[in-house]
Design a protein around this ligand. Structure first.
Ligand code: SAM
Length: 481
């Protein structure tokens, strides 16, 4: 059910083509959300110009970088375990340096150097352009730290290399940071205030990807619907913008329209949407363009108005239902997925039942479901007691997951007997003879390879399904080729 936080890629060493002139080996692995994977591509791009090739063998690394996630305690524990592993390698390769990047670097700052003796370098998500200087520092035997958060860094001028790419789908970052201040969430503290990337640099990147043969992009941000370009700077400073800046501002619906028109055959996805910012214009833009995939990831976190208020989510459950109804009216075949948290402080059985009721109402296509993990520094950690016993959190989570599984099956069964266009993304993990791809709704489909190729759009007729996968046979090339 986890489709964005793809467990199979968590911690996988990322690699790109070797440049013979480069002499040092970089081992880079990423944890957490797609944003981190996209950031690692920016980092690898910067370091490719600094004499580094990537390696997938930890034992051959001169520099190890781990791009980290702080969203839940478990994510940080995983990284600490990896640091232990690097330590054993470092005993055999004393010159090997270790750098921690991303959210954990930002959250713990120089404290990380004290806590984890193995770490030589700590770099926050807005400081990657400083990596050449920081690496020079560690080469000269000093620890290096840069965790300064920026008002305007979007890395718009860096053309990211594509790590472990299938050559078909790519991530394109459009906003950085988050202003929402959900009380459970560490992101505003680790990734800073929200800022949007110049639309022209986004279009250029999409054009470049198309020219290289890519067929699908995912526009990325913590809250993509909040995208707003008015010449640069923080979203929160828009009220100080000039008349000209206001008149020429580009919002998310405008951006989607621009990208969809720039490359009418490129499949376009986006993630994540926040219900408070998603509007009718975005939904109508999706409906207008066939190349914008019919799927919205729309986290709700809880079904209880009281809990939504405590979480500082800026909408009620009634407003959320209205949005869902509008989506289904304007785009009847639109898939909707969610994020849900069980056991937020003070959550009662009544609140939990309200969450199950949302699942029943929407019948989401899939979801990411978590038990609440208190994060130091967040408003919830400061003001509320983590008072739902772990056993209760886990039982409620299990109930949410079980209900969601039923709905996944209900949704995939609806596709059986139908024919849809699938973009081939790779070989099926379970069967070498089958292709794996996705439909517009982001459901995975598998079918016999025949003579089709990676990156082809193929019409597939589905004859069976599991709760997460459609199974079918190809009936010809799709019209998107
Ligand atoms: N920006 C998106 C939003 O808020 O709608 C997603 C942010 S986060 C990277 C992905 C998901 O992690 C959240 O939607 C939430 O469900 C979950 N999450 C964030 N903080 C959490 C916490 N402290 N405990 C458990 N789950 C958490």
């Amino acid at each position: 059910m986890e489709k964005i936080i793809d467990e199979s890629v968590q911690g996988k060493a990322l690699s790109l083509e070797k440049n013979e002139k480069n002499t040092r080996n970089l081992y880079i692995e990423s944890y957490g959300c797609s944003m981190n994977f996209s950031d690692s591509e920016i980092v690898a791009s910067i370091l490719a110009n600094e004499g580094f090739n990537t390696t997938q063998e930890l034992e051959q690394a001169d520099l190890v970088l781990v791009n980290t996630c702080s969203i839940r305690e478990k994510a940080e524990t995983t990284v600490r375990k990896r640091l232990e592993k690097y330590n054993t390698i470092k005993k055999k390769r004393p010159h090997m340096k270790v750098g921690v990047l991303g959210c954990m670097a930002e959250r713990l700052k120089s404290k990380l150097l004290e806590e984890e003796k193995i770490v030589d370098m700590v770099v926050g998500p807005d400081a990657y352009k400083d990596l050449p200087n920081l690496i020079q520092e560690i080469d000269e035997g000093r620890d290096a730290v840069n965790v300064v958060l920026s008002k305007d860094e979007t890395y718009g001028d860096i053309s990211p290399v594509r790590l472990n790419s299938n050559g078909v789908s790519a991530l394109v970052s459009i906003t950085r940071g988050c202003d929402n201040m959900c009380t459970f969430c560490v992101v505003p503290f680790t990734r800073g205030r929200e800022r949007s990337r110049d639309p022209q640099s986004i279009i250029n990147e999409v054009d470049e990807l198309w020219n290289k043969g890519y067929k699908e992009i995912t526009l990325l941000g913590q809250n993509v619907d909040s995208y707003l370009w008015y010449g640069g700077g923080l979203k929160k400073d828009f009220d100080k913008a000039s008349e000209m800046q206001i008149a020429t501002a580009v919002d998310f619906a405008n951006l989607l329209d621009m990208v969809a028109q720039a490359q009418p055959k490129m499949r376009i996805r986006f993630s994540t949407s926040n219900p408070q910012d998603m509007n009718l214009e975005v939904i109508k833009t999706m409906a207008r363009h066939e190349n914008i995939c019919k799927h919205i990831h729309l986290p709700v976190q809880s079904g209880s108005n009281r809990i939504l208020k405590e979480m500082n989510r800026q909408h009620t459950i009634e407003e959320y239902y209205e949005l869902i109804d509008n989506i289904k009216e304007i785009i009847p075949d639109c898939a909707i997925s969610h994020d849900m948290i069980s056991g937020f402080p003070t959550e009662t059985e009544e609140d939990h039942k309200a969450t199950l009721a949302v699942l029943d109402y929407v019948k989401y296509d899939y979801g990411y479901m978590f038990s609440y993990s208190e994060r130091p520094g967040t408003m919830a950690a400061r003001k509320m007691e983590d008072d739902v016993p772990n056993a209760v959190k886990q039982r409620r989570l299990a109930e949410i997951i079980a209900l969601q599984r039923d709905h996944c099956l209900y949704r995939t069964k609806n596709f059986v007997g139908k024919e849809q266009e699938i973009l081939i993304e790779g070989t099926s993990k379970k069967d070498e003879g089958m292709w794996m791809g996705r439909n517009s709704q982001n459901v995975v489909a598998v079918f016999p390879k025949e003579n089709y190729k990676l990156g082809d759009f193929v019409n597939v007729k589905f004859n069976d399904c599991t709760s997460a996968t459609l199974i079918g046979v190809a009936v010809g090339y799709g019209k998107s080729n």
